[in-house]
Design a protein around this ligand. Structure first.
Ligand code: 8IG
Length: 273
């Protein structure tokens, strides 16, 4: 399987992103954005803490995006003025499990880079392996393990992923909130959650957080030259740890309950990016 455009198509992923960024500039009236944020499960209620929206558009108004598929992910993009920075906030993402291909998963990241962004904040809701991480705990992503077996990059382009999750931005977050823990995020393809045996494997390979997003986006962001901050919101203990079944409604509730803390964190970190 290939996510490349059909032979003869003029649309390389970068050309598609440039086209989306041009339309974004028209629709928002903003020539360049500075920092992008992608809000994952449970993060939507935090958006209002970022500042005043100068424009809000549907992702489907831009070329290359399709409608949001998950409850709790609204298919909108906001342009927000926050101090001297113009933020580009994706209120939804395309997940790998939607089957639209890896290029669709990272199109927002490439569009953000084409729109002028120098940094991107990738957030997600995830399962946690440490019992001290109660639902609603934010955790900085220190590194990742990509278990999708896929890459957003095609061809002989060997991108370095050392320090993918910016030590500078992690330190900035800990200045704002010294209680923040960090961990290794493991992306599974989904959409099913893990078995308890798979969580045992995650522990064995050095993972602390499990989810269905973020790693492919982080790789595309690094390829595009963006500085990356990854923050997970632990919304549930990983499978088999608490003895309770996993439930998407619970995930959304944990996000609502943690919204003011997440909004405060993002609102205080973004000015320093
Ligand atoms: I929210 O426990 C959320 N997303 N893979 N496992 C995986 N994804 C998740 C989980 C989880 N919780």
């Amino acid at each position: 399987m290939s996510d490349s455009p059909a032979a003869g198509s003029p649309d390389s992923p970068q050309e598609a992103a440039t086209a989306a960024a041009a339309r974004l500039a028209e629709l928002t009236g903003v020539e360049r954005h500075d920092v992008a944020l992608v809000l994952g499960s449970g993060w939507l209620p935090a958006v209002d803490a970022l500042g005043e929206a100068t424009a809000e558009i549907d992702t489907t108004d831009l070329p290359g995006f399709s409608a949001a598929a998950v409850v709790g992910h609204s298919g909108k993009i906001r342009s927000i003025k926050a101090g001297d920075k113009q933020l580009l906030v994706f209120l939804s993402r395309t997940h790998y499990y939607e089957g639209k291909g890896v290029a669709a998963v990272v199109h927002g990241v490439r569009t953000a880079a084409a729109a002028g962004c120098r940094a991107i904040v990738l957030t997600n809701g995830c399962g946690g392996l440490k019992e001290t991480w109660s639902p609603g705990t934010p955790v900085l992503i220190s590194d990742h393990i990509n278990l999708t077996g896929r890459s957003p990059i095609e061809g002989a382009h060997f991108v370095d992923l050392t320090d993918l999750y910016s030590p500078r931005l992690r330190a900035l977050c800990r200045e704002v909130d010294p209680s923040l823990d960090e961990g290794v995020y493991v992306q599974f393809p989904g959409p099913h959650y893990e078995t308890p045996a798979e969580i045992g494997m995650v522990r064995a390979i050095g993972g602390h957080l499990v989810g269905m997003s973020t790693t492919l986006e982080a790789i595309a962001a690094r390829e595009a030259g963006l500085e990356v901050l990854g923050i997970s919101l632990v919304t549930n203990l990983a499978a088999g740890i608490s003895g309770e079944p996993l439930d998407h409604a619970e995930v959304l509730e944990a996000g609502r309950a943690a919204a003011s803390r997440m909004g405060d964190l993002l609102g205080r970190v973004v000015p320093g990016i």
